[in-house]
Write a protein of this length. Structure first.
Length: 290
């Protein structure tokens, strides 16, 4: 497994556990020079609508070849109130390009944002995107029975709701799920404005809106990841999820803490020469879709 480049390994700890937009831009600047060739031979179909809202769009990445390929759907973060599937010509197209070069179909999808769209509407958008992909997978060379979905940060919260919520039960229609540095439980003392903008202020509803409480609704295989330099409020939920999955399955799930990475660098590294995160993700996709 390729280790992180020395320059980035030195830079990440100095950045600290900040999750600001400026931090994202800094991480992108670190990884952009390592992205040469990430789109070689990759066909892109951008801004395909899966619903009527302007945010209900997705991008598809693939290489020419036979059909029946695994499909990887990526749901980006953005703190529940922001974020985009294509922040610039490289990111998050790097995610789709990375898996396409591994013989898969990559999909990166947007969803509606808080405060206009409150819980569970973003997770319902994930559901709509997945169902669109299942219906159209063969058009892009994908196998509708071999879909693995990943969410990062707020996207991981939405994917967890999609997978486990008893009114959605998305775990029944995908082959696997990956949850990276997300929030899976809304605690009664939650006071962050962006989180309350999505989950609301009614603390009596927080248990119902916490995906962690419903993981027994599905036996879907789930991998959990965090980053060494995640903020505690974005790393401890990963351990809580792993504990709950262990109790659900009677064995440990695939759980990985990525040394040397911060909140943004795991996903930003996909498709680059720093392939530790990508290798783990691709191996999990293949394990779920054999």
């Amino acid at each position: 497994m390729t280790s992180m480049s020395p320059d980035i390994r030195k830079a990440i700890p100095q950045l600290g556990p900040n999750i600001s937009p400026e931090m994202w831009n800094t991480v992108c600047q670190l990884y952009a020079p390592l992205m040469e060739g990430v789109m070689n031979g990759v066909e892109m179909k951008l801004d395909i609508p899966y619903g009527d809202h302007e945010r209900q769009k997705l991008d598809v990445y693939r290489q020419a070849g036979d059909g029946g390929k695994p499909v990887f759907i990526y749901i980006p973060g953005g703190g529940f109130v922001g974020g985009d599937k294509r922040t610039d010509p490289i990111f998050y197209g790097n995610v789709g390009g990375c898996v396409a070069r591994e013989g898969m179909v990559g999909v990166v999808a947007n969803y509606r944002l808080a405060p206009d769209a409150r819980w569970p509407l973003a997770a319902k958008d994930v559901e709509s995107a997945v169902k669109w992909v299942k219906a159209h997978a063969t058009e892009f060379g994908g196998d509708p029975a071999k879909i693995v979905i990943m969410g990062h940060s707020a996207g991981a919260a939405h994917v967890a709701t999609f997978l486990f919520d008893p009114d959605i039960r998305g775990g029944d229609i995908v082959a696997g799920g990956m949850l990276s540095s997300g929030l899976y439980e809304v605690r009664k003392d939650e006071n962050r404005d962006n989180i309350l903008a999505y989950f609301g202020n009614d603390t009596s509803q927080f248990d119902r809106r916490s995906a962690l409480n419903y993981i027994t609704q599905s036996k879907v295989p789930v991998a959990v990841s965090i980053a060494e330099y995640d903020q505690p409020q974005l790393s401890t939920p990963g351990f809580d999820m792993a504990r709950a999955l262990t109790l659900r399955d009677g064995k440990s799930p695939r759980i990985r803490c990525f040394d040397g990475h911060n909140h943004f660098s795991t996903v930003a590294s996909m498709g680059s020469k720093d392939n530790d995160f990508a290798e783990v993700a691709i191996e999990f996709i293949r394990a779920c879709t054999r």
